[in-house]
Design a protein around this ligand. Structure first.
Ligand code: IDP
Ligand code: MG
Length: 140
């Protein structure tokens, strides 16, 4: 058994395009459980913690600007190997080359925003998931 929890975000592009339901549908169809869900506009401080590994990279500031630009849906999911499984559902980082059938491949668009606006975030390891859940759902 390796039941895991993962932190999923529907980013501001996905939220504003009304794609939260579609992302939730895919998570539930896969068999993962929804543990908690919250709509919020994240502070730059939260985003600095969330994306700490990318601080100093050229895309860091535009990424934080984008992520703070409006509401996101934060979702805590649970299921067997759901960290790896949701990354697989999400697809590759670049929505232009993400495989069809994935969230980013089916729904992500190249709006001239490079790779930044790619609909969803998903934790990439058990350590990241634990760290990120503490940021987005400190009570859980
Ligand atoms: P991931 O979300 O697939 O794990 P990461 O490499 O962890 O991808 O990057 C975090 C986020 O930063 C991406 O989802 C995307 O929004 C943005 N990003 C990553 N690489 C680039 C880039 O080269 N240009 C612009 N934005 C990027
Ligand atoms: Mg990442």
């Amino acid at each position: 058994m390796s039941t895991q929890r993962s932190l999923v975000l529907v980013k501001p592009d996905g939220f504003s395009r009304g794609l939260t339901g579609e992302v939730l549908r895919r998570i539930e169809a896969k068999g993962y459980r929804l543990v908690a869900l919250q709509i919020l506009t994240p502070s730059r401080e939260m985003l600095g913690l969330h994306y700490a590994e990318h601080e100093g990279k050229p895309f860091f500031e535009p990424l934080v600007d984008f992520m703070a630009s409006g509401p996101v849906t934060a979702i805590l999911i649970e299921g067997e190997r759901c960290i790896e499984g949701f990354r697989s559902l999400a697809g590759a980082t670049d929505p232009t080359t993400a495989a069809p059938g994935t969230i980013r491949g089916d729904l992500g668009r190249d709006w001239g925003h490079s790779v930044t606006q790619n609909v969803v975030h998903g934790s990439d390891s058990a350590e990241s998931a634990e760290r990120e859940i503490e940021i987005w759902f400190p009570e859980l």
